[in-house]
Design a protein around this ligand. Structure first.
Ligand code: SF4
Length: 729
């Protein structure tokens, strides 16, 4: 299929200062958990995007100095020649495919905790930052400002050595640039504070220094939040336009990369699909193209080629910036170029990728693309699969996320796959999830896989066959079997807070239900609903909104410190709290259930017992504190149980009990993928389905094959060495 000519504009080259980018697809800076310390993973992930057609690829934020160390999170660093060496691997890989490589120079000011370096950051003000606990910065005087500009220049020169084509001055998310530009964060009374012309001075001086030092060799970009979205409590759009105009008038940059929000609420930029659809930033960034004389890059989780082309045709943007769409589908540009629109694996806006960076340390993951960050360490390519040398027939039981992905990858690898689903539709738990308010885009998990399975002639899909028994599986005639039978919500109140079932809780009673019973089985909820949440992610809060929208009076009860704590990592939390406030959803945190009787829930405060432990062991059955018997009672009409999920492993257990019959029925292996092995987040269930299919010929696909671990090997040279220090006191 040929691409639609209306998308041709996306493939026109564009000049960015001294460089030319081959098309309009640009991967904006985003974190992956590799930095400069894991050069293989860094080059592997960015390189596969260059292969997939992205015209420009940027690093994550790249620290210029030891006092901008964002540990425990992983950023890139360009502190010394060792970092130059490692980042050079990324630029070489990206260049191999004709893409430009960009680096985002970063200085965190009072928003970098420096937990590794233990250095003290500098900032516009001697104030603590909003994003980290107890990070006080030293207030910069004029000498400090000159020194910091020099540090930027040194980092830019190293960036040239590392082979970068575009060098960013980055100030977004309330990092140092914003600590000068934002009037709420800059109360200086000298020529760097006050009117916008003064607050922009540091930014302009730094850009001028970069331009002079390296502007003939690399393009200079600037990236900052043009609106904190806090009204007078932050920087506002009009002022940012004025700053961009000043930079443009003085010819200090070659490309403008713009976005919205702050560090504390960067979900206003990396908006979860629950609240923000593609293009949500356009109303704020429209008009920039009229005031600057350089190309403009904007983000908004764009996945539609029509929308992308329209943004350029209609003068809103010159270059389509994307982070999450490039993670979910590194080959998005190539697929558009080749007219393979149905193969695009669209980002669902779940922000699980971001949650891993927020945790700090582990590599990024992606719900839609299980090969993200596995390119180097596991050798997985998002579009290529090694054909099996041991072809055979495989029965996959269950067409939820894990089963669909496993069947897809087994099919790509050349197995004869029979995917059998008890229900009339594929999707498993996704059929329930997409009904929650705001989560309809998560349905892309299923539609993408359905379209891919439709193309695979060696995969048969059988729907509506009812639950398979052990007899059915054994007699089916497959050589190997993968069970992906999913999980279910417990109906007895057991949870991570109290493993044992709770007295009086039973979802078979008319006044109690599990999420499946509400969403799939149509069990009616009464007017006063209490939702018990021991899961901590999206289910309880989504159900609360779903039921509140039906006019129910809803309360969420949890022993966590906050409602849906995992959503703090996915950036959904602030607007979920606003939603709950607006829709009158009540909450009771740090409480859990003692018993339920006659529509009365008896709750116990998590810390009700005395704060001083007894001086010695207490008698058996007694708590070693002053025990309290205080309880709280709440009345309800319906109790919804988001307490724990349990593996649907009955079929596996039946089959295991008949292990002796496998061989006589020529079954060489039965494996489990996803929730039926242990309940997971969706991303992990898909990953497990994918991994088992990639490693299907191993002696036991249950256990992952080794992967490359990038680490220092003892006895190898370090860089720098202890003897490189100027002094050792
Ligand atoms: Fe998109 Fe979710 Fe993948 Fe992030 S994890 S790129 S939001 S699909």
């Amino acid at each position: 299929m040929k691409r639609d000519p209306k998308h041709d504009i996306l493939f026109e080259p564009i000049k960015i200062g001294p460089k030319t980018m081959k098309n309009r697809f640009y991967q904006v800076p985003h974190c992956i958990g590799s930095g400069s310390e894991k050069p293989g993973a860094q080059a592997g992930h960015r390189g596969v995007k260059a292969e997939g057609g992205w015209g420009g690829i940027c690093t994550e934020y790249c620290s210029i100095a030891t006092e901008a160390d964002d540990c425990h999170r992983v950023s890139a660093r360009i502190w010394d020649d060792g970092d130059v060496h490692n980042l050079r691997h990324m630029t070489d890989t990206v260049h191999k495919y004709g893409a430009l490589a960009a680096v985002e120079l970063y200085y965190g000011g009072n928003n970098s905790a420096n937990l590794e370096s233990r250095a003290i950051p500098m900032s516009s003000m001697g104030m603590p930052g909003e994003f980290e606990y107890l990070v006080y910065a030293h207030q910069m005087d004029h000498d400090d400002i000159k020194l910091l500009i020099q540090k930027y220049v040194t980092a830019a020169k190293r960036s040239i050595q590392a082979g970068f084509d575009i060098i960013y001055l980055y100030g977004g998310h309330n990092f140092l640039g914003m600590q000068f530009l934002n009037p709420a964060l800059n109360l200086r009374t000298d020529e760097y504070g006050g009117a916008v012309e003064n607050r922009a001075r540091f930014w302009l001086e730094t850009l001028a220094a970069l331009k002079k030092a390296v502007g003939h060799e690399a393009a200079i970009a600037t990236r900052f939040s043009i609106d904190s979205l806090l009204g007078p409590g932050g920087i506002e759009r009009e002022e940012s336009f004025r700053t961009l105009e000043m930079i443009s008038n003085e010819g200090l940059f070659d490309v403008a990369d713009v976005h919205l929000g702050t560090a504390a609420e960067w979900g206003e930029n990396a908006g979860p699909s629950r609240f923000y659809k593609s293009g949500h930033e356009r109303a704020w960034t429209n008009g920039i193209r009229d005031i600057v004389n350089v190309p403009v890059i904007g983000v908004s989780r764009e996945t539609s080629p029509d929308d992308m082309a329209a943004h350029i045709h209609e003068g809103r943007l010159d270059i389509i910036g994307a982070a999450r769409p490039s993670i979910a589908d590194p080959f998005l540009p190539k697929k558009i170029e080749e007219g393979r629109y149905e193969d695009i694996r669209e980002c669902i806006g779940c922000n699980i990728c971001i949650s891993r960076w927020e945790i700090g340390g582990p590599p990024m993951i992606c719900t839609q693309n299980p090969t993200a960050m596995e390119e180097y360490r596991r050798g997985w390519h998002p579009e290529k699969f090694e054909k099996t040398k041991e072809p055979c027939s495989v029965l996959v039981v269950g067409a939820g996320p894990a089963g669909l992905e496993c069947a897809r990858v087994l099919g790509e690898r050349g197995y004869d796959v029979h995917l059998r689903e008890a229900d009339d539709e594929i999707g498993g738990r996704m059929r329930k999830v997409v009904k929650y308010p705001g989560l309809s885009e998560w349905g892309r998990i299923v539609t993408y896989r359905q379209l891919q399975l439709d193309k695979l002639k060696n995969v048969e899909l059988h729907l509506g066959i009812g639950k398979m028994s052990a007899d059915d599986v054994i007699e089916y005639g497959a050589d190997k079997v993968v069970l992906a039978t999913g999980s279910y919500w417990a109906g007895n109140g057991s949870s991570c807070f109290s493993y044992a079932p709770i007295e009086g809780i039973d979802a078979s009673q008319p006044n109690m239900c599990t999420p499946e019973q509400v969403m799939m089985e149509g069990k009616e909820a009464g007017d006063r609903v209490i939702i018990l949440d021991a899961d901590g992610y999206f289910t309880a809060v989504s159900l609360a909104e779903y039921l509140a929208d039906q006019g129910k009076q809803v309360t969420i009860v949890t022993a966590f410190h906050s409602i849906a704590p995992y959503t703090e990592l996915t950036l959904e939390s602030p607007n979920l709290h606003r939603m709950m406030y607006e829709k009158g959803i009540a909450k009771k945190t740090l409480h859990w259930v003692e018993k339920v009787e006659n529509n009365i829930l008896t709750l116990v405060y998590s810390y009700r017992d005395g704060y001083k432990r007894t001086s010695g062991p207490s008698a058996i059955g007694e708590i070693p504190r002053q025990a309290s018997s205080e309880v709280v009672e709440l009345e309800f009409d319906t109790l919804v149980l988001c307490t724990t999920r349990q593996a649907n492993n009955g079929l596996y257990n039946d089959l295991k009990a008949r292990h002796a019959e496998w061989e006589e029925n020529e079954i060489s292996g039965i494996y489990r993928a996803g929730d039926c092995y242990a309940p997971q987040i969706i991303a992990q269930a898909i990953f497990e389905g994918h991994r088992i299919a990639r490693e299907f010929e191993s002696s036991d696909p249950r256990w992952p094959q080794p992967w490359i671990r990038e680490r220092q090997m003892w006895g190898a040279e370090t860089f720098p060495k202890i003897t490189d220090r100027e002094v050792n006191g």
